[in-house]
Design a binder for this molecule. Structure first.
Ligand code: F6R
Length: 634
């Protein structure tokens, strides 16, 4: 999704902007641009310089290198097209008709059509198809009015103009604005899209996400919803949407929130797959220390009241996070005995089920910024509040990898999965982290409600403790195995993933991973559902990847696989290494573990096979086409 970087200080802005944008590349983009205010010629007013390029950031870098973009104040942007094709004219910054004001925006201005029409009726000519272009034109209008009154400094005028314009914009957005008549002023604003201010020495850098601040500063001030800020070389002035001054202390970033480095791996995705034993070890270290009381065997940041009286759970999430939620729902129902429903956050917003009392609402989002999930959570909070649900605030939980993100400001309770920054667009280690969070939650609920005996709980905990060791061993064998197998997929156009019970969501996740990074059409089904329709697709050209772990549905899955075999499909089994069957054409062996913890391991072949198939096809694995890491639009 779009990324914003803006800087004001004593150093040249363009190199800092380009470096910051590079760190935001992982969010996904198709064009980029920057604008600076050049004060070198002492010309009054100063000159606004704007450079934009389609495609990779390298194109913008080359443009800036050859044509120059001097100035100590600037804004930069990577664009992920929503309104208008990904080309130069639609790239940001967008500028006003006189070319004096430049704006970068992340998000969507939902009422842009109305705003555009009324500006056009006043004679404004638009140069792009973007929703963003209305903003510089509106700011220009406000500045003209403010100039007529004329008692403020140019920086204060720009601040006031942006504040007034932001009140006219509907949607979720973060913006950064510069004006050639205010060469010492950077104005930024946000509503429902992230924006952080980094405090350096004599300089400030604003960005959509923490990696852009790497090497610049660790001291940050996350902006809150509806705030507008004026940054000058002298300091920060922060205001709410009504223009009232806000005072807040900055916070300090952890290293893991900044470092994005591929080490010796070819791609971030592979590096992050390999980081999973560490993700699991850290999680166990933090949440499963020895000696916790039997009524609360997992260390989670809640007291007893959080668990008390919960009769139902609803989980809101998108994409991979939703698949983690489905495994979570299985555990919460089957292990802890609590009825649990999982919703696509994007659907829940417009078709929520009738409210029922004593419900815990969980939002799952690795980025903590997904617009659909945040909006669904907020809608549910309002619904419950309006019905006077007294304990609703304490009955909200967010599961995220970014505890400094918007979800943490929106819900009362947070589980930080602590997986460290994930750069690859395809979620891998954060998926494992989300799964572990659900295991922790399910165990504590089961312990409180006595839905499982102490022995059963102890056994599950002991099994979870073995996960890092199994993951390490599996990575060794499965990387090579997946690489070998991937060559059989050079002409494959359709792949079907099958799973049942707790591994059905892993089949869905396998299909999603493959689609995302290799662009091969893939579907996940509960294995028993094949015969009700999808079996019509099968022939020798289709590959079927079937997760068949020992447990209550083991024999059932094997019979379902036989049905695929009879249609000549190529069969790959993700099954126990001890399995005695000739049914599979290839086997990706799982260690012998209980069905309950098997999703924590069966995810490895899904991730590695997708990775190697995409690598063989020479694709842009870390930034697949059309995808964004943080989806801040509806
Ligand atoms: C898939 C993937 C996406 C995200 C989805 C939700 O690899 O990463 O499907 O899971 O966009 O994102 P978060 O978890 O940030 O809310």
């Amino acid at each position: 999704m779009c990324g914003i970087v803006a800087v004001i200080g004593s150093r040249q802005a363009a190199p800092l902007l380009l470096e910051g944008l590079k760190q935001l590349e992982y969010r996904g983009y198709d064009s980029s641009g920057l604008a600076t205010i050049d004060t070198t010629s002492n010309q009054i007013p100063s000159r606004l310089i704007c450079k934009r390029a389609k495609g990779k950031l390298l194109n913008l870098r080359n443009l800036v290198d050859t044509s120059g973009s001097p100035g100590r104040l600037g804004i930069g942007h990577t664009r992920w097209a929503t309104h208008g094709r990904p080309d130069e004219k639609n790239a940001h910054p967008q500028i006003d008709s006189a070319g004096n004001i430049a704006v970068v925006q992340n998000g969507i201005i939902e009422n842009h059509v109305l705003l555009r029409r009324s500006l056009e009726a006043e004679g404004v000519e638009f140069a792009s198809e973007t929703d963003t272009e209305v903003i510089p034109h509106l700011i220009s209008k406000e500045l003209k009015l403010l100039k007529q009154v004329g008692r403020k400094s140019s920086g204060a005028m720009l601040l006031e103009a942006v504040r007034r314009v932001s009140l006219k914009l509907n949607g979720a957005y973060a913006i950064a604005v510069i004006w050639n008549e205010a060469p010492d002023a950077l104005v930024v604003a946000r509503r429902k899209a992230p924006l952080l201010i980094g405090l350096g020495e004599g300089e400030f850098l604003c960005a959509s996400d923490t990696p852009a601040l790497a090497g610049f500063t660790r001291t940050i001030l996350p902006m809150q919803d509806g705030e507008v800020a004026l940054l000058t070389p002298l300091g920060i002035e922060l205001y709410d949407q009504h223009g009232d001054r806000q005072k807040r202390s900055p916070s300090v970033l952890r290293d893991s929130e900044q470092i994005v480095n591929k080490r010796n791996f070819r791609h971030f995705m592979l590096k992050e797959i390999y980081e999973q034993p560490e993700t699991a070890s850290l999680w166990i270290e933090r949440h499963l220390p020895e000696g916790l009381p039997s009524e609360s065997p997992v260390a989670l940041p809640f007291d007893a009241s959080f668990y008390k009286g919960v009769e139902k759970i609803e989980i809101l999430a998108c994409g991979t996070s939703r698949h983690a939620a489905m495994v979570g729902a299985y555990l919460l129902e089957q292990f802890s005995g609590i009825p649990t429903s999982v919703f696509y956050a994007s659907e829940f917003r417009y078709a929520a089920p009738p409210l029922s009392p004593h419900t815990l609402t969980i939002g799952v989002s690795q980025s903590g910024e997904t617009a659909d999930t945040l909006a669904a959570l907020s809608m549910e909070a309002k619904r419950r509040d309006s019905l006077g649900d007294p304990d609703y605030a304490s009955r909200q939980l967010g599961i995220t990898n970014r505890p400094e993100s918007s979800i943490s400001r929106q819900v009362t309770n947070i589980i930080d999965i602590g997986a460290g920054i994930e750069v690859g667009v395809a979620a891998t280690k954060t998926f494992l982290g989300q799964l572990l969070a659900f295991y922790g939650l399910a165990i504590n609920f089961a312990a409180k409600r006595k839905s499982r005996s102490d022995e059963e709980i102890k056994k599950l905990i002991e099994e979870i403790r073995t996960v890092p060791k199994h993951l390490t061993l599996m990575l060794e064998t499965h990387n090579e195995l997946s690489e070998e197998l991937s060559h059989q997929f050079s002409d494959t156009q359709d792949v079907i993933f099958l799973g049942r019970g707790i591994n059905y969501p892993i089949a869905l996740e396998g299909a999603l991973k493959l689609k995302e990074v290799s662009y091969i059409h893939a579907e996940g089904y509960p294995a028993g559902e094949m015969k009700h329709g999808p079996i019509a697709l099968l022939d020798h050209k289709v590959a079927v990847i079937s997760i068949a772990n020992q447990g209550i549905v083991f024999d059932k899955v094997l019979s379902n696989v036989q049905e695929a075999k009879a249609r000549e499909a190529r069969l790959i089994g993700v099954a126990p290494e001890t399995i005695e069957t000739e049914i599979f054409d290839s086997l990706m062996p799982l260690p012998v573990v209980s069905e309950l913890i098997s999703p924590l391991l069966s995810l490895i072949p899904m991730q590695l096979l997708s990775y190697h198939i995409a690598a063989n096809r020479g694709l842009d694995i870390d930034q697949p086409r059309n995808l964004a890491k943080t989806v801040t639009v509806e």
